[in-house]
Write a protein that binds this ligand. Structure first.
Ligand code: PMP
Length: 440
């Protein structure tokens, strides 16, 4: 794996002297013997989690860790309503997807009801990667083009086709010849018009594809630019991007794997903060609170073009057990008002980090939306300070609070807790971060 890969961020180093526990040392050795070196492990001193509940993780010694990182168990680890839905459905029926099923259609209709009317079809898959892969095919069949645009440190998944549009794997995994990158939107500190500069980058990339004889198929952007370093503001800046893509006959694909299902606190979907209706939307991660379910939501024209060319069958995609889990996720989001909570608690956390920022020049920028924050760590010259970011991440881990890093330089703290996170949990994180900054 390249040292410049996103997968190399916050990675355990076999030379690390931080691991004192013999149980942990034994588990690390087994992991490396089984998986080889390609599968990274978080932290200088990796954690062995054996149980979880709500926003708390517990290790083999029963020690509690505050989870400020995980968006898969988005409605809370092992939420009893999701666990119950899975157990009941597993006891009743779990098969492949070529039979009629009330459970599956009821969930699909509920999910589609959360989208703008123009997005009225969907296909189920089992992972974000599969969804992105399928969306790329749909865009190709619809436009007859092959060229795609992504941001400079985007991560979209690991299949052959998707790795070719994923610069975050680093230079060891070349992009496809049909792929162009654009800079992720700048945070707008300089007063630059973020919307226009981002759209101008897309315009140039389309021109470059054309110059190389490659017909434009579309652009895919994570609506909160997670791996690029988290760019959420100003709301609405994606409008000019979507207009540019469409003006040139391309398909706009919103990758909602990270911001979807209420994370941004501004409705269910990250793209709605920007006032756009994409042509295709891909989602996964939090959809089943840990059960493998993902989807592509499409305008009917795109589904029609796809159906003319290809059939679709996915053995596990949208099976009854996963749909039961996903339906319970929607129940919990509604009944526990988790989207409102994400907005309110996220603002509290952002305010807290901005207070730390005013007192400490090492915090360069605090950005994000809802319960998804990026805290940029810089040196005295304002340049990315990866070492200091890692010191903070590992220091928090020693205090049993889990976060990680993002951005190409790995200098942005990535804070993305399960949505039941409270202001008391924020205080635990802010106090620990403040102490670490004071001590460093
Ligand atoms: N898109 C984005 C924005 C992601 O963050 C990820 C996973 N990190 C994926 C797609 C791929 O999802 P999966 O790992 O479920 O294949």
């Amino acid at each position: 794996m390249s040292a410049d890969s996103m997968l190399a961020l916050n990675t355990y180093d076999p030379a690390s002297a931080a691991v004192a526990d013999p149980t942990i040392r034994g588990l690390i050795e087994r992991r490396q013997r089984i998986f080889g070196a390609a599968v990274p492990l978080f932290y200088e001193d990796p954690v062995h989690i054996t149980r979880a509940e709500g926003v708390w993780l517990y290790d083999h010694e029963g020690r509690a860790y505050l989870d400020a990182y995980n968006n898969v168990p988005s409605v809370g680890h092992c939420h009893p309503r999701v666990v119950d839905a899975v157990a009941r459905q597993a006891a009743q029926l779990n098969t492949h997807t070529r039979y009629l099923s009330e459970v599956v259609y009821a969930y699909a209709e509920r999910l589609l009801a959360t989208f703008p009317e123009a997005l009225s079809n969907l296909l189920f898959t089992s992972s974000g990667t599969e969804s992105v892969d399928l969306a790329l095919r749909m865009a190709r069949y619809h436009t007859g083009g092959a060229g795609f645009i992504v941001t400079r440190f985007a991560y979209h998944g690991h299949s052959t086709a998707v790795a070719e549009i994923t610069p975050a794997f680093g230079p060891g995994v070349p992009l496809g010849v049909h792929v162009r990158t654009v800079p992720a939107p700048p945070p707008g500190r300089s007063g630059e018009d973020v919307s226009q500069s981002f759209a101008a980058g897309i315009e140039q990339a389309i021109a470059d594809l054309r110059r190389h004889g490659i017909r434009f198929a579309g652009a895919i952007f994570d609506s909160i630019f997670s791996s690029d370093g988290l760019y959420a503001d100003p709301p609405g800046f994606l409008r000019a991007a979507a207009e540019t893509v469409r003006r040139h006959g391309g398909v706009y694909i919103a990758d909602e794997v990270q911001p979807g299902f209420g994370r941004t606190g501004a409705g269910m979907w990250g793209f709605s903060r920007h006032g756009i209706t994409p042509d295709l939307v891909v989602m996964g991660k939090p959809m089943g609170n840990g059960m493998p379910i993902a989807a592509v939501v499409a305008r009917p024209e795109l589904m029609a073009s796809f159906s003319e060319r290809s059939g679709y069958f996915n053995t596990f995609g949208g099976n009854t057990v996963c749909c039961a889990a996903a339906s319970a996720v929607l129940d919990v989001l509604r009944d526990e008002r988790l989207i409102e909570r994400s907005a309110q608690v996220g603002q509290y956390l952002k305010d807290g980090f901005e207070r730390l920022q005013r007192a400490d020049a090492r915090i360069g920028d605090v950005r994000g939306a809802g319960l998804y924050l990026g805290v940029e760590i810089v040196d005295q010259a304002g340049a990315p300070d990866t070492r200091e970011a890692l010191r903070l991440v590992n220091g928090l881990r020693q205090r049993r609070i889990l976060v990680s890093t993002c951005a190409a330089a790995g200098n942005v703290l990535k804070i993305r807790p399960p949505l039941p996170f409270s202001t008391e949990h924020c205080d635990l994180l802010l106090d620990a971060a403040g102490q670490l900054l004071a001590a460093g």
